[in-house]
Design a protein around this ligand. Structure first.
Ligand code: ZN
Ligand code: ZN
Length: 256
């Protein structure tokens, strides 16, 4: 078993978190739930998947249900800007799904309800887990966009074309994310996932969402704990690094 020292910190004591390649069972420090964990605090603190990022997920849920925005990339960037959102973490899978579903609901060409958005979030509880981009190769944004497409087409196990469309959308998102990795950036992955889903829906059903800027500029490069990919990333903004010197200290990074 390999233990690597990360650059992110325990939300409870602030110590640097460790990334492990083999899971061990830990109890959540907040709710007591036992889970197999790969990201641990040297002092033994652990936050389970539901307690970790709870505040950010609550914000994403509320913004998704309340926003009137029809441009999903604008919604995603607005969510990134909220102070409780860490630089990295599976909160970004919820952001990608919430921004996409709320844009479709507000645009109105296809019937999407708040319950549909909640259903996408429920599916993510099963398949978006911190650090698994590196542990299994599946970033939570892949099932995020897959869940959205699945809900739109009514896919479930045993369906024919509906499942094929869902799996094709998820595969395209995974492929796009592959082109953006080394190291991971959940913000770039979320924006790319939304872009792929927008194109996929147009191609599959002729439904267009109004996206003003396909590559919104990222303001968070200096916060990346594993190092921003800078010019290799389509969302990189060199100006964000010079303005970051003046910026306030950023909140701790999430478990990714
Ligand atoms: Zn700790
Ligand atoms: Zn917990």
């Amino acid at each position: 078993m390999e233990t690597g020292k990360g650059t992110e910190h325990c939300a409870i004591c602030g110590m640097t978190l460790q990334y492990e390649t083999a899971a061990r069972e830990l109890s959540c420090t907040v709710c007591g739930r036992k889970e197999n964990a790969h990201i641990v605090c040297p002092s033994g603190h652990y936050l389970c998947e539901s307690c970790h990022g709870a505040e950010a997920k609550k914000m994403v849920r509320e913004m998704s249900l309340l926003t009137l925005e029809k441009d999903p990339l604008r919604t995603a960037v607005a969510m990134f800007s909220q102070p409780m959102v860490p630089m990295l973490g599976c909160e970004h899978a919820y952001i990608a799904a919430g921004a996409f579903m709320s844009a479709l609901k507000n645009q109105g060409l296809v019937k999407v309800t708040n319950e549909d958005t909640e259903e996408a979030f429920r599916r993510l509880e099963r398949q978006a887990a911190g650090g698994y981009c590196g542990l299994t190769g599946v970033c939570g944004i892949v099932p995020a966009m897959g869940a959205c497409i699945s809900i739109l087409y009514g896919s479930k196990c045993g369906k024919d074309m509906e499942q094929r469309l869902t799996m094709e959308a998820a595969t395209r998102v995974a492929s796009e994310i592959l082109g953006l990795t080394g190291p991971s950036c959940c913000k770039a992955y979320a924006l790319a996932g939304i872009n792929v889903a927008v194109d996929f829906l147009k191609e599959a059903s002729g439904i267009s969402l109004p996206v003003e800027d396909r590559a919104p500029k990222c303001s968070w490069s200096s916060r990346h704990p594993h190092g921003c990919r800078r010019e290799k990333c389509p969302y990189f903004d060199p100006a964000s690094l010079s303005s970051a010197v003046m910026a306030k200290p950023a909140p701790r990074s999430g478990n990714c």
